[in-house]
Design a protein around this ligand. Structure first.
Ligand code: F6R
Length: 609
């Protein structure tokens, strides 16, 4: 009794570790040396996880493995990850928040005999049951991970006489949970499979790549096959794709990726976070020039719908919240905003006339996907706004607007947030039959961003960061369109500088949080022509308690101790006002010695619930 209780506890504990495990995986099979390709692919996937990493290659009928805890550069310095022999291999970069960041728990994981290696992204929920079974059959486990049951289960089936690919098929049927895996054996056979976790195949010239996303192989090929749910792809005299549900071979289309490898590199910038901030003027201008047919068609769907929900997580949810204000103000259209993770509680209001608009940079966020699946189960139509062509979200939606901000490598969103805002603003303008006006204003916004990201503007914001760098708490207030802007600004500051930042609708401050404002408390106030006079009341309330007030907006006020001038951009204020806040978060991170690209405890694609 006690033993099984203990086991349940362990199962919970490890599934918790697993649940936090987002990870990046890559496999290569071709005619070139695998290790350097895997190593550079791993570097491109580092934003997905950076606690530990490893590479396994195949040479001379044996697997060669290097892995350890630490960031990729640290491990590489110790082990020379790119120096392994063979033309076939797999690699992994791991993300876990718990204590078990160890060499043993780093991937790839080997089967007991050392003949099969596996990298895995996701959770095997029933791993304990599998582990007990395999242990009873004499298999030995060397890590605490759920993943290790996969190579061992494959080996178990191979021992029963099945070949490598059949063994993979049979093993995966036992696995409950979510996974994207790549497995390789000592003969250089390779198989990859996915279930509720992303996996894409890169098709090169006589070579194949399997990866969590296209950035891992973009420098080698732009031809990609996005695997579908329960697909298993194997190199078996060429690429073969088998669907485990249908139990048959399937054809999947090859897509041409629009991004190029250069976009996924840091170039002359110290950090991706800064590079991506700087790209925004161009990205917004590009959106203003995209084919507006899709905006018009989706606006027509919105007009027809009876009951609209807009759902997303994190930063994307603040874009949605801004959409709520924009649709109300510009298009006089009522939509309901809901955090994707909370959406299932509202699905009872859906019918086949309802419309769900889901917003996600990655298109792989588990909470967002589960929200749209719940909506679809009620017959609702789903439209998505995403940066990731071929993502699960794009594929599972009835229609998708892919805004092509380019690869966003820094863990925290910048250019994809402003892109999402741009798309939502254009939809609102089209709903009001004023798309051309919207486009003109969007182009103006892009010019303002250009100014706000100039050297001088950045230096000016750095001055503010110097003042705030040792503060423990910071408050942000805004009204109307500026309220979600304040929420997003607070999130940016929290996640990369680790300063506690909290945002409020300005009118709410006096209903409680004002108690925390005292002499010198920094308070950032977003203003606009529309909200100026109302905002002034809230600003005076904090000022009267001794707050250090930082104003952001078109007009200076005597109440401000520090002022960042931002052009009045009307309905496009959210797109421009967030820019100095992204820069502030960046500068605060640097001054406080934090890594702006890879903040602690966070991963870019949250592919588990
Ligand atoms: C914050 C951030 C996250 C994401 C959230 C949703 O900077 O990046 O809050 O916005 O995890 O991710 P996507 O947009 O990929 O669904």
């Amino acid at each position: 009794m006690q033993r099984s209780g203990q086991k349940n506890l362990e199962a919970c504990f490890y599934s918790f570790i697993g649940a936090k495990n987002m990870c990046g995986i890559i496999g290569y099979s071709g005619n070139r040396e695998a290790a350097p390709i895997l190593f550079s692919g791993l570097k491109n996937l580092e934003y997905r996880g950076y606690d530990s990493c490893g590479i396994a290659t195949v040479h001379g009928n044996a697997l060669h493995l290097k892995k350890d805890a630490g960031k990729i550069d640290e491990v590489h310095k110790k082990l020379s990850l790119d120096a392994l022999p063979g033309k076939c291999g797999i690699a992994h970069t791991r993300w876990a928040t718990h204590g078990s960041v160890t060499k043993e728990n780093a991937h790839p994981h080997l089967s007991s005999s050392g003949k099969i290696a596996v990298v895995h992204n996701g959770i095997i929920e029933n791993f304990q049951k599998q582990k007990d079974f395999l242990t009873s059959k004499g298999f030995v486990f060397n890590s605490d991970t759920d993943t290790e049951v996969i190579p061992n289960m494959m080996e178990y089936h191979m021992k029963k006489g099945y070949d490598f690919i059949e063994a993979a098929k049979r093993s995966l049927k036992h696995m409950e949970g979510q996974y994207a895996i790549v497995a390789v054996n000592d003969e250089g056979r390779m198989v990859a499979a996915r279930k509720e976790a992303p996996l894409v195949v890169g098709v090169g010239n006589g070579e194949y790549f399997f990866a969590s996303d296209v950035t891992a192989f973009l420098e080698h090929t732009k031809n990609a096959i996005f695997l579908e749910e329960n697909d298993l792809a194997a190199i078996d005299g060429g690429l073969k794709i088998f669907n485990l549900d249908k139990n048959e071979f399937v054809e999947r289309p090859v897509s041409k990726i629009q991004w190029d490898a250069e976009q996924a590199r840091k170039g002359n910038f110290d950090h991706f976070f800064l590079k991506e901030i700087m790209e925004q003027a161009e990205v917004i201008e590009r959106i203003s020039k995209m084919d507006m047919k899709i905006i018009k068609e989706i606006a027509a769907e919105i007009r027809k719908a009876k009951g609209i929900f807009i759902v997303a997580c994190g930063t994307a949810s603040y874009a949605c919240m801004t959409g709520l204000y924009l649709f109300s103000k510009i298009a006089k259209t009522h939509i309901n905003f809901c955090l994707a993770s909370e959406f299932r509680h509202f699905k009872h209001f859906l019918s086949d006339k309802s419309l769900i608009i889901s917003v996600s940079q990655s298109g792989e966020t588990a909470d967002t996907l589960s929200a749209i699946r719940a909506a679809k189960s009620m017959g609702a139509k789903v439209i998505s706004i995403t940066n990731s062509e071929g993502s699960s979200l794009a594929r599972e939606s009835d229609r998708a607007i892919v805004h092509r901000a380019g690869p966003e490598i820094a863990v925290n969103a910048t250019k994809t947030y402003t892109s999402q805002l741009a798309v939502l603003s254009l939809l609102a303008y089209e709903l009001d039959n004023r798309l051309d006006d919207g486009l003109e204003e969007l182009r103006d916004a892009s010019r303002y961003i250009y100014y706000l990201t100039s050297d001088n503007a950045r230096k000016f914001v750095k001055g503010l960061a110097e003042i705030l760098k040792d503060k423990e708490h910071l408050y942000l207030i805004g009204k109307g369109l500026q309220y979600p802007t304040a929420l997003e600004a607070a999130l940016k500051i929290k996640e990369i500088s680790y300063i506690h930042a909290e945002a409020f609708a300005a009118g709410e401050l006096k209903h409680g949080t004002l108690a925390l404002v005292s002499e010198g408390t920094p308070c950032i106030a977003f203003t606009s022509e529309e909200t100026e006079s109302e905002m002034l009341n809230s600003i005076m309330e904090v000022k009267a308690r001794g707050a250090f007030v930082i104003g952001i907006g078109p007009k200076r006020s005597r109440a401000f101790d520090f002022f960042i001038k931002v052009h009045e951009a009307g309905d496009f204020n959210p797109i421009v006002q967030i820019i100095p806040m992204q820069i502030l978060a960046y500068q605060l991170a640097l001054l406080r010695g934090c890594d702006p690209d890879k903040p602690r405890n966070l991963a870019k694609s949250v592919v588990v619930k």
